[in-house]
Design a protein around this ligand. Structure first.
Ligand SMILES: [Zn+2]
Length: 282
């Protein structure tokens, strides 16, 4: 349904376009009082009323062109009423479940491309101002030819099982959660490392155990700010839990009928990993 492109096709009807206007990690949305769902503005709401950077073409969604454009961090939402409500900037994370898919996924893409574009204005090697290198999604240095593509940080996330039927799963309360919330372990992939090596290293570092099988589960873009989460299931091979106190507050093996507070299914791959494991227990 969505076709990713860098250059708009000749016959695209830009009056019918969808616009993602990005202010830091926020999006311009159309809100209606008393309604939780929001809309993304179309061309009518943006053209002439929002002064933005050079826009990026993202592609075609069901025949409609999709554009993303950045605005300065102090940009005020247009005071003019939009068709169906008023304008406001809202945080990308807070928009989950309020903008239907595939728009939410595209919003994450828009925020990341605009952020990359705004933070790669100068060459990291020689300092020269860079230019867009269309038709690639890249910025190029005209002096030394260095190419910079949108940045992605791959991170693995894993649910470790133990027991004959995998009836116990390992969940941990990480320091990044202010509330007592148990989730899967996760960590960034290091240069030169395979995803499976990353899974084994993270688990060893954070809770001190060894793994047997490591199996791919699925992946999810996580645009906060630019991760790609790659999920795995794994089986415990040996070792007792020894927590890294810098990263982990508390961790344990849990049964499906006795789980601590954990992420819900839906928004995050952590939630899906736990739900999928629970479903296999019944
Ligand atoms: Zn350069």
């Amino acid at each position: 349904m969505f076709i990713s492109m860098v250059v708009p096709p000749d016959d695209a009807d830009h009056d019918d376009a969808i616009w993602f206007v990005v202010r830091n990690n926020e999006l311009l949305v159309v809100v209606e009082e008393g309604r939780r769902e929001v809309d993304v503005p179309g061309t009518v709401g943006v053209k002439g009323s929002v002064e933005h950077d050079e826009p990026h073409f993202l592609g075609m969604l069901a025949g409609r062109p999709v554009w993303a454009a950045g605005v300065p961090h102090d940009h005020a939402a247009p005071a003019t009423p939009a068709p169906g409500g008023g304008h406001s900037y809202e945080n990308l994370r807070g928009l989950w479940g309020r903008v239907p898919e595939p728009l939410y996924g595209l919003a994450g893409r828009a925020v990341q491309i605009v952020e990359w574009d705004r933070t790669h204005r100068f060459c990291g090697r020689c300092g020269e101002p860079t230019v867009l290198a269309t038709p690639e999604r890249a910025r190029k240095c005209p002096r030394c030819s260095l190419l910079c593509f949108p940045r992605l940080a791959p991170a693995t996330i894993m649910l470790v099982e133990r027991g004959e039927r995998g009836e116990e799963c390992l969940l941990a309360w990480g320091r990044q959660f202010p509330m007592r919330m148990f989730s899967c372990l996760a960590g960034f992939v290091e240069p030169g490392e395979s995803l499976e090596e990353c899974v084994r290293r993270e688990v060893k570092e954070e809770v001190g155990i060894e793994l047997d099988e490591v199996t791919y589960f699925g992946s999810q873009p996580w645009p906060f700010p630019h991760q790609l989460m790659i999920g795995f299931t794994a089986t415990w091979a040996g070792g007792e839990l020894e927590l890294d106190p810098v990263e982990i507050v508390e961790a344990g093996w849990f049964r499906a009928d006795d789980l601590p507070p954990h992420p819900p299914a839906g928004m995050s791959i952590a939630g899906s990993l736990v739900e999928s494991w629970k479903a296999r227990q019944s």
